[in-house]
Design a protein around this ligand. Structure first.
Ligand code: GLU
Length: 416
């Protein structure tokens, strides 16, 4: 498996310094999730026809906190993908400095083209089974691709109905019922904060202001990144969808940023209408976006040849191994999703804290904490990833930092 391979090859040196890890057989124990639930989800569509989908929840590791990770609704979802995402999540969550284990779930249900009523019925049917496996101190799901505030609301509502309990069992909830301010923005904002740290660390006066940025994707995470990058003075010249790329040479405006949200909410999963609405932008049909293994070695080489000098992976494992190698070989600033996108789940952690305390923090408080967390993640990457020649291997840094905490906690808790 690519995700496992990447972690193992980068932590090897550090791992070998700890014979106690090998003695406890940690690698094998980490390669197999604690448990996996797989179930049938049956629901009725608007035509009265009965539909069946698969539902999953992978509880990977809860050594540093309750299982935590998103739920993905997409036609491509299968157990193998969710297992790798849950594996990644464990180390990502460890990096956030907050007490969260790793998990991931989802369904091969595609929200594309579905009505609101169909989405609600599906979410309810999905929760009818999932409810027995999760809980505020057991496993706390959230959103991911295809699951946003609306879906979380429907699933949370059904959980509450079934368990007769109002608890912080989900994050990414609506603000009216325990959601945290800044959670919708957090993944994209966090990514830009991380990027700023990379730039400043590379060269004290290097800043995102005035830079040209191309973003892959157009959903929640991309929107947050576009908002923050624009606010900080960068020009976002591209976004993309599964149908192709929007070339946006004049950068983003408030109107364009708001339209991204509208586009996402239609559930049509296309980006082309952006160019119809804003004539200064052009639509170029093309390949898929913001997904695992989106970027190949050839894509990376093309970016480098065209003058790209910094690339941050915001999706989970968006780059193929060859692409990462190409960036590192060219000594380009590159950081992996595990570190860059951790602001999302970190803010989920902050939502859990607020729920447990039965209070809510202001946007400023949450944003400040998010800043502090991204700073700490960056510092960990620098600590473990700085090479002798000064180049920072963020992939190695993130993997070692994430792994060490999980490993120490596993040792401390014995053979279970
Ligand atoms: N799905 C997001 C991720 O990949 C967020 C998970 C969460 O907030 O629990 O990290």
């Amino acid at each position: 498996h690519q995700a496992v391979e990447e972690v193992l090859s980068t932590i090897e040196e550090e791992y070998n310094k700890h014979p106690e890890f090998e003695k406890a057989n940690l690698i094998e124990r980490l390669c197999i999730p604690d448990r996996v639930y797989q179930f049938r989800v049956t629901w009725m569509d608007d035509k009265g026809q009965i539909q069946t989908n698969m539902g999953y929840r992978v509880q990977h590791n809860n050594v540093i906190g309750p299982y935590k990770g998103g739920i993905r609704f997409h036609s491509s979802v299968n157990l193998s993908i969710l297992k790798f995402l849950a594996f990644e999540q464990t180390f990502k969550n460890s990096l956030t400095t907050l007490p969260m284990g790793g998990g991931k779930g989802g369904s091969d249900f595609s929200p594309r083209g579905k009505s609101d009523a169909e989405i609600m019925r599906f979410c309810q049917a999905f929760m009818l089974e999932l409810n027995r496996h999760i809980g505020p101190d057991t496993d706390v799901p959230a959103g991911d691709i295809g699951v946003g505030g609306r879906e979380v609301g429907y699933m949370f509502g059904m959980y509450k109905k079934l368990t007769h309990e109002f608890s912080g069992v989900f994050t990414g909830k609506g603000l009216e019922f325990g959601g945290s301010l800044i959670r919708p923005e957090a993944t994209g904002f966090g990514a830009v904060y991380f990027l700023q740290h990379m730039l400043h660390n590379h060269q004290a006066d290097l800043d995102i202001k005035g830079k040209t940025v191309a973003v892959s994707g157009f959903g929640n995470v991309s929107w947050g990144a576009c908002v923050k990058a624009t606010e900080l003075g960068a020009k976002v010249v591209a976004i993309s969808g599964p149908d192709g790329v929007i070339y946006n040479p004049n950068g983003m405006t408030k109107e364009k940023l708001d339209y991204m949200l509208e586009l996402r909410a239609t559930c049509n999963d296309v980006v082309a209408p952006f160019a119809e609405k804003f004539p200064d932008a052009t639509f170029i049909p093309g390949k898929t976006c913001a997904f695992q293994n989106e970027m190949s070695k050839e894509d990376a080489e093309e970016l480098i040849a065209n003058g790209t000098w910094c690339c941050v992976e915001v999706s989970n494992m968006g780059c193929q191994p060859g692409a990462i190698e190409a960036f590192q070989k060219a000594r380009i600033l590159f950081a992996p999703g595990k570190a860059v996108n951790a602001g999302g789940v970190a803010t989920s952690g902050l939502e859990m804290t607020q729920n447990a305390m039965h209070l809510s923090w202001t946007a400023k408080e949450v944003d400040e904490k998010l800043h502090g967390i991204m700073d700490a993640i960056h510092a960990s990457c620098v600590k473990y990833g700085t090479q002798e020649d000064g180049y920072i291997n963020y992939v190695k840094g993130a993997n070692i930092a994430g792994f060490m905490k999980v490993a120490e906690a596993m040792l401390a808790q014995g053979i279970i």
